[in-house]
Design a protein around this ligand. Sequence first.
Ligand code: GLU
Length: 557
Amino acid sequence: MTSDKEIADLIFPDVTLTIDDLEKRYPKRDLPNGAEVTRFAPSPTGFLHTGSLFTSMVCRKVATQTGGVFFVRLEDTDTKREVENSRTIIFDQLKAFNIVPDEGFLGSEEKGDYGPYVQSKRADIYKIVIKHLLEIGRAYPCFCSQEELDEIRKQQEAAKILPGYYGQFAKYRFISNDERKELIESGKPYVIRFKSLGNHIHKIKVHDLIHKDFDIAQNDMDIVIFKSDGLPTYHFAHVVDDHFMRTTTVIRGEEWIASLPIHLDLFEALGWEPPKYAHIPLILKLDDEGHKRKLSKRLDAEAAVSYFIEEGYPCEAVIMYLMTLANTNFEEWIFQHHFKDMDQFVFSFEKMSSDGSLFDIDKLSFFSREILANYTKTQITDAILEYANAYNPALKNLVERDRNYFEEIMNIERERENPRKDYFKYSNIYESVGFFYDEIYSDLVSNSSNLPFNREKFTNEEIKTVLSALLNNINLPEDESVWFGNIKNIAVNIGFAENNRSFKENPEKYKGVVADVAEILRITLTCRKNSPNLYYVMRVLGLERSKQRIEHMISLL
Ligand code: GLU
């Protein structure tokens, strides 16, 4: 009678190393008490999902704050689903958000003693473990054809019972080793399945750091662990990897909760202690009817992190915003810390809601404004230039042709106690600052729809009167209040009220108020109703260019 060991040797004649050898090759990590080893394990199937960024942010944070290790492992065993270049893209995008692993797969190279960190390079390790499972009778070759699998499914559907390869339906579980040997030697193709001892009518108790204790049906599926292409499946490979890479907490998306019983079953069969688990809730979005749904790549641009990079949201803002979704107490904390020193915040799984969080782009923009307002003029110019280099040649040109001038624009009411919060994403900046550049200004001014003067209140002649008075009398003193005093005088001299109250009490006496004069000047200089502080706009433009713009506007009207 053929033994389990003989079957194992027949399948893996070249595998001579044992699990003990692996235990020695990958010893327990020498880390301080409480240090957590976390990992992000993307599959190279295309792009970095915002949910994955969220998960890896939590992984990085937990490892950092416990003095542990965060590594990246590439799960590429599903060769059919691999998308070209995605392995480097995923890594580069993580880096763009400052999520840098301590070890593991780093895009084009690997670093660390627990590798290889790319699953397709670990076939030898998986084979050792599978050979062990075959030897102890917890795995077997399965020769089921697609037709046989379809037949099993039909029977299960007819009987209205759980579909799958388990229990009595796991037909190749019941053949003898002699039959196995014969089939293997005859060259019949096969996969290797795990032999589960569970029963799905039993519940097991599990603990999750976010979802706490809950009951879930025990696994009884004899899942495929080794495919005919010589590579393992995800379920099996990640159990082996997390064991030998000495992961202490598996932090991954909530969609994996359903597979947890399989993973625990595998850990038990191998006699290994499973890691702690934290299944991160989904990021949701409200649909048009107000229902919550998963952030979807197909429907939502913000499902892919490339969106934030291409739109030019500062990466810190995205991370800061995601941290508000991760921990309910973070928002108050970061307000108290004036949107700075986020590294000091202590994350905890207890403060993570187990319900999915709603993605709110306005809130992201709010954080973004706060962060950009805190940058110095040099920092914001550097950041804009970096963005423009990659995504916006016209903006790059504006910055580079006179960096000092661009910094002056950026410096309007910046580097002071209450800085202005004008900007929230770099892709808007070209449009926001365009009017400071004469050639862009000429284009703007030549299109009358860019001149939102209040035509209900003022005729062209009246606007021209205001502009002529400004042209003859405007100045640009060092002091903003002196400048504004002068604008007031100009307004009063041509018959405008100094304030709203005088105007309201005596409307027929005045043509308008000082604010109207300021608005006419603003539209003339910027082609906009809203702009940064007008006095500083004039200081950047200079008195001469401001006057030229006023003169030009008179000629246009
Ligand atoms: N490769 C799996 C994925 O991309 C990772 C799941 C895990 O973190 O265990 O979803």
